[in-house]
Design a protein. Structure first.
Length: 306
C-alpha cells in the first residue's frame, strides 16, 4: 500500500513540475503583438491542395496567431506555370510565411517541417531567392505532407507580386533552374547538400568579384571552385553548372548590392560544415537520451497499473 501511495505521489510531483514549467515558459514567451508599419504585414501562402484541416495545421506550424497582421493567399498550379514554368496541374502543398526585414539583414530561411521537405535545404532556398531578386526577408517553409519543396518558391514569388513588388521573370526562371540543378547535384550526383550550397555560393561570389564577360570565363570559375572544394563531377554535371552560371552572369543582377548577403550565406554554410562532424553525433546522443526518458516513463506507468 505504501509503495502504491509513493507511486501516486511521484506522478503528482511529475505532473505538477511539468505544469509549472509550462506556465513559466508560456509567460516568458508571451509578448505584445506590434504592427510593423515599415515592412508591412506577414504574408502566409497556403498550397491549394491542402484540406481545410491541413490548412489549419499549417497555420499553427507557421505560428500565424503570433503575428499582429497577416495577409493570406493561396498558391495554385496555375501560379507554378506562371512563376517557375511548372505544370499547371501540379498539386500544391508547400506553404510559407514571409516577413520583410530591414535592408541589410539578409535572407533567413527556416524549414518548420524539415522532415517533410525532402530535397531542398534552407541554403538552397536562400541561394535561389537571391538569384530571383528577393532580399532581406525571413521565410518559414512548412508542409503537413512529404514534398520535394520546389513549389514553395512559387508561393514566395506570388507573395511578392501580390504585395506590389515586381520581380524580373527572367530571374525567376533562372532561380528555379538553380534549385533544380542544386537538387540534382545532391540527389543524382551524390554531392552532400551543404557542399552543394557552398559550391553555388562560392561561384556566385567569384562572379561578383571577377565580373566575367564570356562563357569561357564562367567555365574557368566553375572549374576553380570545384577544385577548391574537392568536388568531382561528371562532364554532364559540370556543363549543367556552366550553363546555369552563364545565365546568371547575363542577368541584370547588381552583385555589389547582394555581395554582403552572399558573404553572410557563405559564412553560415562554412560554419555548418565545420560543425557537422561534432553536431551530428551530439544531436543523435540527445535524441537517444530523450528516447530513453520516454521509455522509462512508459515502463513506470506500465508497472504502476500492472
Amino acid at each position: 500500500m505504501f509503495k502504491k501511495m509513493l507511486k501516486v505521489l511521484s506522478i503528482f510531483i511529475i505532473f505538477f513540475g511539468l505544469s509549472v514549467s509550462q506556465v513559466v515558459l508560456a509567460s516568458e514567451g508571451e509578448k505584445e503583438k506590434v504592427i510593423d508599419e515599415k515592412n508591412g504585414p506577414a504574408i502566409v501562402v497556403l498550397g491549394e491542395r491542402l484540406s481545410e484541416a491541413q490548412k489549419e495545421q499549417t497555420r499553427k506550424l507557421l505560428k500565424v496567431d503570433e503575428e499582429a497582421e497577416v495577409k493570406e493567399i493561396i498558391v495554385t498550379g496555375a501560379d507554378a506555370a506562371k512563376y517557375i514554368k511548372g505544370d499547371p496541374n501540379s498539386n500544391m502543398y508547400s506553404s510559407a510565411k514571409i516577413k520583410r526585414l530591414d535592408k541589410g539583414e539578409g535572407i533567413r530561411v527556416i524549414q518548420v517541417t524539415p522532415e517533410n521537405i525532402t530535397e531542398v535545404t534552407n541554403d538552397m532556398y536562400a541561394n535561389a531567392l537571391l538569384t530571383a531578386g528577393v532580399e532581406d526577408a525571413q521565410i518559414e517553409v512548412a508542409s503537413p505532407v512529404k514534398v520535394t519543396g520546389h513549389s514553395a518558391l512559387t508561393g514566395i514569388f506570388k507573395a511578392y507580386e501580390v504585395t506590389g513588388e515586381k520581380l524580373d521573370t527572367d530571374r525567376l526562371k533562372v532561380a528555379n533552374e538553380e534549385l533544380d540543378v542544386a537538387t540534382k547535384l545532391a540527389e543524382d550526383a551524390g554531392v552532400d547538400q551543404d557542399k552543394v550550397s557552398q559550391l553555388l555560393t562560392e561561384i556566385k561570389q567569384a562572379i561578383a568579384e571577377q565580373n566575367p564577360t564570356t562563357k569561357e570565363e564562367v567555365e574557368q570559375i566553375v572549374q576553380e571552385q570545384l577544385k577548391n572544394l574537392n568536388i568531382e563531377l561528371s562532364p554532364e554535371y559540370k556543363q549543367m553548372l556552366i550553363d546555369l552560371f552563364d545565365k546568371i552572369r547575363s542577368l541584370d543582377i547588381n552583385f555589389d548590392e547582394v555581395k554582403s548577403q552572399l558573404e553572410n550565406l557563405a559564412g553560415d554554410i562554412q560554419k555548418k560544415l565545420e560543425d557537422a562532424g561534432v553536431d551530428k553525433g551530439f544531436l543523435q546522443s540527445v535524441a537517444d537520451f530523450i528516447k530513453q526518458i520516454f521509455q522509462s516513463i512508459a515502463d513506470f506507468f506500465k508497472s504502476l497499473f500492472s
